[in-house]
Design a protein around this ligand. Structure first.
Ligand code: NAD
Length: 498
């Protein structure tokens, strides 16, 4: 049994935890129509530390009405782009000024180490807003010469216009970062927003709403509603006044959302699950590649859409790589999120804990051997030890399905064709990493692996300037970069007879 020292919450965090549960609609904090609440847990202790509103269908309609009115009267899209840019930069500065508080809230709410949230989530959130702010004035149409019409007799051009009212539904693994990744391009494009954070992790989105108001974003432009996906999320997806849905979450819910958005033919972007391969070639320096492969799966307790959950190491280095990963066990040993020594925290919830342990047990039952971890420390909270399974085959559920926990399955390969075939033997296509010093091998693999992102000699290096999204059942559309803002714009053609 591990006895973890519990760490005290700061005064700023206490303030957020004790705020009156409310929804942020039309620039105001409002109570829900029915008074239902959802408990907020600290996954490091399993204790209930706060409560949030479970938004009803009526609450959701109210938020959509606010966003619709704010879009239709042009209070945001009608501003000079420089004004939108300035306000967004102010928002980024405000988030940065509260970085410490956001990192702690995220740690309390999600269970990720505060040090990780401070190093990755919060700076990532800030750079998403900053980078996208620059697009406010820099996306526009073209004067396109016509093809069949006589050029001198017609004047033809295109304009870019905001898509309209956007429902943005985000998951619990990177709550603030995902919220800012969604809100940034929509604001830059001139859209209005209803943001729905995950029911497990809404605290930072609520705090973000305070700063959205403080930054000077007009009332109704960004509305934040908390609640369950099958109630408020579902209503957003089906609401006739919502023009676009941007969703990050599981492939299962992504498919449902895609279906549900069809009746009103909304624009839909989906960032879904993955089972990303990590390919280790024989020429690597194992002392570098093994810790890299460990980080690819154990970062954020494996609750990462791009987690490197399938390891393929060349037969000549397989044993060394497996040993090198197993040697990182104490580094990645789970600890409470506010412990400064923590590199990995607990999983987000009991549900996620049961799901991950269920997969580990299924793997063992199917004949896999445990090369590392395979169990959970006995402690309050949802801790799972970093786990590696070997002697697996492509039919096992641990190899096929997204576990979304600190569990990697390791397999050997002999040649490039074989590893390409296995890497692509999945319903997913979100990401992959390739570890080699041979540039030619690297480019061959980069071109043959079907995934939205391929890393070389690193993993999960996300940069807002680079488009991100999935092949196959890992998603539809791209976020980040120019592609990210384009997803929030309509193109209008104007054809004028002179
Ligand atoms: P989830 O799909 O259950 O929930 C995600 C969000 O969708 C939550 O806000 C939830 O309330 C909402 N939701 C649930 N049912 C809904 C419905 N019927 N209609 C509308 N909204 C609904 O996923 P999760 O358990 O929160 O997150 C884990 C999963 O998300 C993993 O499978 C992971 O791969 C995926 N994920 C993908 C990415 C990516 O960028 N591709 C990023 C993070 C997580």
């Amino acid at each position: 049994t591990l006895s973890y020292q519990q760490h005290a919450y700061s005064a700023a965090a206490q303030k957020s935890l004790s705020r009156k549960p409310a929804l942020f609609i039309n620039g105001e904090w409002v109570a829900s129509s029915h008074g239902e609440l959802i408990d907020v847990e600290d996954p490091s202790s399993g204790k209930v530390v706060s409560q949030i509103v479970d938004a009803s269908v009526a609450d959701t309609d109210r938020a959509v009405a606010a966003a619709r009115a704010a879009f239709d009267d042009g209070r945001w899209s009608g501003l000079p782009p420089i004004a939108r840019e300035k306000i967004m930069l102010r928002l980024a500065d405000l988030i940065e000024a509260h970085a410490e508080e956001f990192a702690e809230l995220e740690a309390i709410d999600n269970g990720k180490p505060k040090t990780m949230a401070g190093a990755i989530d919060v700076p990532g959130a800030v750079s998403h807003i900053r980078y996208m702010a620059g697009f406010a004035a820099k996306v526009g149409g073209e004067t396109t010469p016509p093809y069949t019409l006589p050029a001198g007799a017609f004047f033809t051009y295109t304009v870019k216009e905001p898509v309209g009212v956007c429902a943005q539904i985000v998951p619990w693994n990177f709550p603030l970062l995902m919220a800012c990744l969604k809100v940034g391009p929509a604001l830059a494009a001139g859209c209005t927003i209803i943001l729905k954070p995950a029911e497990q992790t809404s605290l930072t989105a609520l705090r973000l709403a305070d700063l959205i108001a403080e930054a000077g974003i007009p009332a109704g432009v960004v509305n934040v509603i908390t609640g369950y996906g099958h109630v408020s999320g579902d209503r957003l997806v089906k609401h006739p006044d919502v023009d676009k849905v941007a969703f990050t979450g599981s492939t299962e819910i992504g498919k449902l959302i895609n279906k549900n958005a069809t009746d009103t033919l909304k624009h839909v972007t989906l960032e879904l699950g993955g089972k990303s391969p990590v390919v280790v070639m024989p020429d690597v320096d194992v002392a570098e590649a093994a810790p890299g492969a460990a980080g690819a799966i154990f970062f954020n307790s494996g609750q990462v859409c791009v987690a490197g959950s399938r390891l393929y190491a060349h037969r000549s280095v397989f044993d060394q790589v497996v040993e090198g990963i197993a040697n990182t066990a104490s580094f990645w040993a789970p600890r409470p999120s506010l412990d400064p020594a923590a590199h990995m925290g607990p999983l987000v919830s009991q549900e996620q804990f049961d799901r991950v342990m269920g997969y580990i047990e299924a793997g063992k039952r199917d004949g896999a051997s445990v090369a590392m971890g395979g169990d959970a420390p006995s402690a309050d909270g949802y801790y799972v030890n970093p786990t590696m399974l070997v002697n697996v085959n492509p039919q096992m559920s641990v190899v096929r399905e997204e576990i979304f926990g600190p569990v990697v399955v390791a397999q050997r390969f002999d040649d490039l064709d074989e590893v390409v075939k296995e890497a692509n033997n999945t319903q997913f296509g979100l990401a992959a990493s390739v570890w080699t010093k041979d540039a030619s091998t690297l480019h061959k693999l980069a071109s043959r692996i079907k995934a939205g992102t391929v890393w070389a000699n690193c993993h999960a290096m996300i940069d807002v300037a680079l488009p991100f999204g999935g092949y196959k059942e890992s998603g539809v559309g791209r976020e980040q970069g120019r592609a990210g803002i384009e997803a929030y714009l309509e193109t209008k053609s104007v054809i004028m007879k002179l």
